[in-house]
Design a protein around this ligand. Structure first.
Ligand SMILES: Nc1ncnc2c1ncn2[C@@H]1O[C@H](COP(=O)(O)OP(=O)(O)OP(=O)(O)O)[C@@H](O)[C@H]1O
Ligand SMILES: [Mg+2]
Length: 414
């Protein structure tokens, strides 16, 4: 008889199985590929949503999930003598913790040192630069004096951002000495920052699911406009469209850069989410990379692009290093985030009916917050006051329908 290795259930410690929301999909994916999922999170056991419970074989509630040393002790004690095959996390603040647990238990997967290359924005740039790839000139800065020295060396325009940031929070563009002073004041609470040359150009993602550092699924999405603009101008409805024809010549430099970055950083198995710039001269410049999936429904967009379930496919890769879903790209998938005018609760939505009629069968999701719901903080979450998702095989149509939603649908709050 052949060894039926795949029926031997993998025992997986999955950190943060219910938060943020989409983590529940990875928990499901793990269970669906046959893993025994041992969840660890700071959500109380009673508060775990019903939809995730069936997929958790066991769960440890910890008081502070971001307190790495404390969680490591508690998880070790909780497991007692039980063996574990994988420790996984897909939420940015937990990826180092997962790696430290793997290191402690001598387990397969990326070490904490490797994962730091996906987390520390200066370290990642050093490693990518050392591989001869194009990275913005930058410096790590830890004090006001170091900021001023870096500004001297790098020149305007430049970017100042925290070393371990996410969600473009506290990312500032500085165009002149006059603009520098308020930014220095605003960044006082941040222990370490990155000071970078500002790169002009369009901005894209390069997303992968990798086996041993080689992509088994790839994606490019276009940011319209660049995230820094999305996050700083409230009236903008941010649009992100996955590019069906991602291997077109215009984007080739980005794909090549992306693959080389993975090698430079020692990628293993799992998701990556890179951001890069395409300069007016056609050069691809590294922005940043995470060793985890993109947030804000990007995985849903990829799923709609190829009609697949990457939540489950990631789990298969993470457990068995196998990818089974089709790779064909069938659609350009646009997501449009809306922000209401006014504060407080959503009162009404206009233009939605017309847009739904215009986009017809190409609409895949309409999840705008309903009247009566409190507004979300658009500065804190790109999700803003909800979204629509629309797809089309032709780029121009996907673009047109996405921007018709961006301009034609309006939300109001008071
Ligand atoms: N060197 C740069 N040149 C031009 N724009 C930049 C540069 N660095 C950052 N930006 C802009 O600022 C945005 C946020 O920066 P970055 O992605 O490093 O931070 P983040 O907080 O991790 O963002 P997010 O979590 O939203 O991806 C980028 O998407 C880009 O639009
Ligand atoms: Mg970013």
């Amino acid at each position: 008889m052949r060894a039926a290795w795949y029926v031997v259930a993998m025992r997986v410690v999955f950190l943060g199985p219910s938060f943020p929301n989409e983590m529940m999909e990875y928990t499901r994916g793990l269970a669906e590929v046959g893993a025994t999922v041992l969840g660890v999170g700071d959500t109380a056991r009673e508060a775990l949503p019903a939809k995730v419970r069936p997929y958790l074989a066991d769960y440890l509630h910890v008081p502070r999930i971001l307190d790495e040393d404390d969680v490591m002790e508690r998880v070790s004690r909780w497991l007692g003598g039980r063996t574990v095959d994988r420790v996984l996390a897909n939420w940015e603040p937990l990826v180092i913790l997962a790696a430290r647990l793997r290191d402690r238990w001598g387990m397969p997967g990326m070490s904490a040192d490797v994962v730091r290359g996906f987390r520390d924005k200066e370290l990642m740039k050093e490693r990518v630069r050392a591989a001869g790839l194009r990275v913005p000139r930058s410096r790590r800065v830890r004090s006001e004096r170091e900021v001023r020295e870096a500004v001297e060396a790098i020149g305007y325009p430049l970017i100042l951002k925290p070393i371990a940031g996410a969600g473009s929070a506290d990312t500032y563009r500085v165009r002149s000495a006059a603009e520098l002073e308020p930014v220095i004041a605003a960044m006082r609470g941040i222990p370490e920052a990155s000071c970078e040359e500002y790169v002009e150009g369009e901005e894209f993602t390069f997303d992968t699911v990798c086996v041993a550092g080689k992509p088994v699924y790839e994606n490019i999405a276009a940011y319209l406009p660049k995230p820094i603009e999305m996050r700083s101008v409230e009236w903008i409805s941010p649009v992100i469209i996955t590019v069906r024809d991602m291997y077109q010549p215009k984007l080739a430099a980005g794909v090549e850069l992306g693959r080389k970055v993975l090698t430079a950083l020692g990628m293993g198995d799992g998701f990556t989410h890179m951001e890069w710039f395409l300069t007016p001269k056609g050069e691809a410049v590294f922005g940043e990379i995470g060793g985890r999936p993109g947030g804000a429904h990007l995985v849903d967009q990829m799923n709609y692009t190829s009609d697949i379930d990457l939540f489950r496919e990631w789990a298969r890769v993470a457990c068995y290093q196998r990818y089974e879903a089709p790779k064909e790209r069938k659609y350009n998938v646009g997501i449009v985030f809306k922000r209401a005018q006014g504060q407080g609760r959503i009162t009404r939505i206009t233009g939605l009916g017309d847009w739904l009629q215009l986009a017809g069968k190409w609409v895949v999701e309409e999840k705008l917050l309903r009247p009566g719901t409190p507004r979300r903080n658009w500065k804190q979450t790109l999700l803003s006051d909800g979204h629509v998702l629309v797809r089309h095989p032709d780029w121009a149509e996907a673009y047109r329908l996405s921007f018709a939603a961006a301009t034609g649908i309006k939300m109001y709050a008071e």
